[in-house]
Design a protein around this ligand. Structure first.
Ligand SMILES: Cc1ncc(COP(=O)(O)O)c(C=O)c1O
Length: 533
């Protein structure tokens, strides 16, 4: 038989691989039938102008993978049982049947949830913006690159078997000890190293807890609005969400249901997304509720390292005498989301169970990042890094408050004492948050409504559409001013009374004379060039 093949002498795909691939494709698409005899290696090598060895090696690989059979002194034949074809169902009716609700059943009736709600992790507009106030992004340049590379390198040199052997699934002991020290000094939490489980960020920690707590088919109490990652995860486990509103003092604890063995997910230090801090009387009430109903509280302390005034507020876990709080911490916000390291503080009595679940989930986190992070903390780099970025974010927050005041005459905000974002209450004479989001986008500025900024607004209240969520940590002071001034000008086109006089009197497209800390025209043009449209 003749095989119609065309080889190319590109150096990125070897000839032997091309022969293998082309014959394999011909077998799979039926061009060459099962049982057919293939040309002898000598003949095929002459036809294709390649060495006989190339063909022999390609045949040997095809034989190894079960596509052909070499029969001594008889020849080479296409196998009667082709591996890929054997994996296909005999007819279409064998394929699992899909149902419209996003579930399909497979053998034995197991159900796979084919549709879950996906959280928005990055700016949903997917286009470069001249100023993007997306939430929760650390300043890219603040990553301690030099120190980090040194620590990684040092650990690599002395790694020994650490990279080849399984380690404690709960995480590197050095890191757990460093975390305990940090929690004691900054969050008022006392924990034993057995209570710490290193995970791949808060989201991974939430998954661990969901598995442990059997949220499945139960219900989960959440703040509304709340972090999408938590709400959608609970849903994916089949839990019904039980939303509790948030007011200026945080979660309205008087509305907690009196149901035993519940689980409540909260963000007490800096409510996500509204930014409010849970008041002390509510903290006490929440803890008392958990003790009374034998429930657990999941405290997500995602950005608590950034408190701009006064001493850090003790975490809820620091007040937990009944062992009812499971604490989630992350290095995503204070170092970088790319390193994917976080931790869970497990209440006494549940340590073994948590460790067993963690082992079943993934046998533990990568050793190298854990080791470098442990050194980063132990050697004092973490403290100085935190001090530095706290100052940086404070300046950026102040720049945002100044810009809002200057251009709109109002900077009535929620949650500005801490964190990486604040919530601006839109003055009455301006359009709604949804409208402003669209207008801002048309001039290359990303601002977000309560529900578009990575949050789930489970009981959308009318007043939420008067709130805009503005992340400031990843923007320079110049970018912040540029973004807010552009937004002000765009709104002034619709309603000249929308903005303050200083902004309103600017000629079309021009930006106010610069004051200290604001961008020069040159800088602004450079930023503008980064926009696509
Ligand atoms: C409230 C909240 N929790 C958790 C996370 C995710 O943290 P991680 O990167 O550690 O999974 C975020 C991310 O923005 C968040 O806003």
């Amino acid at each position: 038989m003749t095989l119609l093949m065309k080889l190319s002498r590109r150096d990125d795909v070897g000839l032997q691989h091309q022969v293998f691939e082309q014959i394999r494709s011909m077998i799979l698409d039926g061009t060459v039938k099962c049982g057919a005899k293939l040309p002898a290696t000598r003949l095929l090598s002459e036809t294709l102008g390649v060495s006989r060895n190339t063909i022999s090696l390609a045949y040997a690989r095809l034989a190894d993978e079960g596509y052909i059979e070499m029969r001594e002194s008889v020849g080479t034949f296409v196998s009667s049982q082709i591996p890929d074809l054997a994996l296909l169902p005999a007819n279409a009716s064998d394929v699992s049947s899909h149902s419209l609700d996003g579930h399909f059943t497979i053998l034995g009736g197991a159900s796979i949830a084919a549709e879950v709600r996906s959280q928005t992790l990055i700016n949903p507009h997917r286009r470069p913006l001249c100023a993007d106030f997306w939430v929760g992004r650390p300043a890219a340049k603040s990553f301690p690159l030099k120190t980090w590379s040194k620590l990684i390198h040092r650990r690599l040199l002395s790694a020994g078997g650490a990279l080849t052997e399984y380690k404690d699934p709960a995480g590197l002991l050095d890191l757990r000890k460093a975390i305990i020290e940090h929690l004691r000094a900054w969050r008022g939490i006392t924990a034993h190293e057995d209570q710490i489980i290193i995970v791949g960020g808060c989201q991974d920690g939430l998954n661990l807890v969901c598995r442990m707590m059997m949220v499945r088919d139960g219900s989960a109490i959440v703040e509304t609005p709340c972090y999408q990652g938590a709400a959608y995860l609970f849903e994916s486990f089949g839990a019904r969400l039980h939303p509790i509103p948030v007011d200026a003092k945080g979660l309205v604890t008087s509305m907690l249901p009196d149901v035993a063995n519940s689980i409540a997910y909260v963000t007490p230090s800096h409510q996500y997304p509204l930014g409010v801090t849970l008041a002390l009387d509510r903290r006490i009430e929440l803890l008392a509720w958990a003790a009374r109903t034998h429930s657990y509280i999941l405290e997500d302390d995602y950005d608590s390292d950034f408190r701009f005034s006064g001493p850090p507020i003790t975490a809820l876990k620091g007040l937990d005498r009944a062992g009812r709080v499971i604490y989630l911490g992350t290095f995503s916000k204070c170092i970088g989301a790319g390193i994917r390291v976080g931790y869970v503080v497990i209440p006494r009595g549940l340590e073994d169970s948590a460790r067993h679940f963690k082992t079943l989930m993934n046998n533990g986190q990568p050793w190298l990042e854990q080791a470098a992070l442990a050194d980063f903390m132990k050697d004092g780099f973490y403290e100085s890094h935190l001090r530095r970025i706290r100052r940086l974010y404070l300046n950026r927050r102040n720049a945002l408050l100044d810009s809002l005041k200057r251009h709109f005459g109002s900077n009535e905000v929620l949650g500005a004492e801490a964190g990486m974002h604040l919530v601006w209450r839109i003055p009455k004479h301006l359009p709604s948050a949804h409208e402003i989001e669209t207008i801002a986008l048309s001039v290359g500025v990303g601002v977000y409504t309560v529900s578009s900024g990575g949050a789930a607004d489970l009981c959308p209240a009318a007043e939420n559409d008067r709130l805009l969520v503005l992340g400031f940590s990843s923007l320079s002071e110049q970018e912040i001013e540029l973004g807010i001034s552009r937004l002000a000008q765009a709104l002034a086109k619709i309603n000249p009374l929308a903005i303050t006089r200083s902004s309103a009197h600017l000629p079309k497209g021009e930006i106010r004379p610069r004051s200290k800390g604001e961008a020069s025209q040159k800088q602004k043009r450079a930023l503008d060039r980064r926009m696509l449209a």
